[in-house]
Write a protein that binds this ligand. Structure first.
Ligand code: SAH
Length: 286
C-alpha cells in the first residue's frame, strides 16, 4: 500500500494486540460470523446494551490496553489489510483513503466482545442504538469529499456524528484538523476514551447538536454527516468554504448518499451518488 504519510504514533501491537507473527489470521476471519446488516437493524438489535463508558473513561491508557489484550481476539494487520482490499474491490480507488483505512485499528473502537468482527464489511453496534459505520461507506464518503479542486488537500474538516470515533480517526489521516460533533454524551465520552491512547493530535471532539455545525471553527473544506436527515441542515451548507464538499446520507427509510459542493457564496451543487443506510440525524443533545 502506498501513499501512507501518517501513522498512529502507537503501533497496533502496543495498543493491545499480540505480535503479528503470533496471530492466526485465518481463524480471525473464520470467526467473522456476522453478515452485512443495515446500521439501523444492528443498532436496534443491540439497543439495550450499554457500554461502560465511565469505567473506560477512568481507566488509564495502559489499563485499556491490558483489558483489550485479555478480552480481544488476536487480530493481525493482515486481517485489516484484507478488509482494505475488499473495500478497494468495491470501488474505492483513492490510495490515500485506503492507506488511512489500513492505518486505523478499527477493532479498538468497539467493545472486545465484537472485536473479532471488526474487519468484516458491516456496521456494528456501539450502544445507545447507534453503530460504527461500515468500512466501505466510511472510505467512500472520504474519497468523495477529497475529490476537490485542491487535489484532496483539506485543512479543516467537520464530522457530524462522532459515535465511537472511528471515522474521525480515519479522517485525521487525510486532513489537517478534524472537528467532530456527537449529540449523545456517553458516546462523545466513549470516542474520547477510544482516541486518547492513540494520541491523534489533530482531532477535536465536541459534544453538541451537529445540525448547527460549529460556527466558531468554520469554514470547513469538507463536512461529512454520519447520520441521515430528510435534508442537509442549512447551517452546515453555510459553513463550507467555497469549493468545499459536504457528503451526507439523505432520506428516511430509503436513503441516498449526496455530495453537495459549494460553488459560490450563494450557490451549491448537489450530486446524488448511491444508496446507503445510516442511523437517523436527530436534533438536540442527550
Ligand atoms: N462516525 C461514526 C458513526 C456513528 S453513527 C463511526 O465512525 O462509525 C452516527 C452518530 O451520529 C451517532 O452516534 C448519533 O448519535 C450521531 N448523531 C445523530 N444526530 C446527530 C446530531 N444532530 N449531532 C451530532 N451527532 C448526531
Amino acid at each position: 500500500m502506498t501513499g501512507k504519510d501518517k501513522r498512529f504514533p502507537l503501533s497496533l501491537a502496543s495498543l493491545g494486540t499480540r505480535s503479528p507473527r503470533a496471530i492466526d489470521d485465518r481463524n480471525a476471519v473464520r470467526r467473522s460470523v456476522a453478515t452485512p446488516q443495515t446500521a439501523t437493524r444492528n443498532a436496534a438489535s443491540h439497543g439495550e446494551r450499554e457500554i461502560p463508558v465511565t469505567a473506560r473513561e477512568r481507566a488509564p491508557a495502559q489499563t485499556i490496553s491490558n483489558d483489550r489484550e485479555r478480552d480481544a481476539p488476536m487480530i493481525s494487520p493482515a486481517v485489516r489489510r484484507a478488509m482494505v482490499e475488499r473495500v478497494a474491490r468495491q470501488g474505492v480507488q483513492d490510495q490515500k483513503v485506503l492507506a488511512a483505512l489500513d492505518a486505523v485499528p478499527r477493532h479498538l473502537f468497539m467493545e472486545p466482545g465484537l472485536a473479532s468482527q471488526a474487519y468484516i464489511d458491516a456496521s456494528l453496534p456501539i450502544g445507545y442504538h447507534q453503530t460504527i459505520s461500515q468500512p466501505y461507506i466510511v472510505a467512500r464518503m472520504i474519497e468523495v469529499m477529497r475529490a476537490n479542486r485542491h487535489g484532496g488537500v483539506m485543512k479543516r474538516v467537520l464530522e457530524i456524528g462522532t459515535g465511537c470515533g472511528y471515522q474521525a480517526a480515519v479522517l485525521a489521516q487525510v486532513s489537517g484538523d478534524v472537528y467532530s460533533i456527537e449529540r449523545i454524551k456517553p458516546l462523545h465520552e466513549l470516542a474520547r476514551a477510544n482516541l486518547r491512547p492513540m494520541r491523534v493530535a489533530n482531532i477535536r471532539l465536541h459534544y453538541g447538536d451537529g445540525m448547527l455545525g460549529l460556527p466558531q471553527a468554520a469554514p470547513f473544506d469538507g463536512i461529512i454527516l454520519a447520520a441521515a436527515g430528510m435534508e442537509v441542515p442549512p447551517a452546515l451548507l453555510e459553513q463550507l468554504t467555497i469549493g468545499g464538499r459536504l457528503v451526507a446520507p439523505v432520506g428516511g427509510r430509503h436513503q441516498m448518499l449526496q455530495l453537495i459542493e459549494r460553488v459560490g457564496s450563494t450557490e451549491w451543487m448537489t450530486t446524488t451518488l448511491e444508496d446507503c443506510h445510516f442511523v437517523p440525524l436527530r436534533a438536540g443533545t442527550i
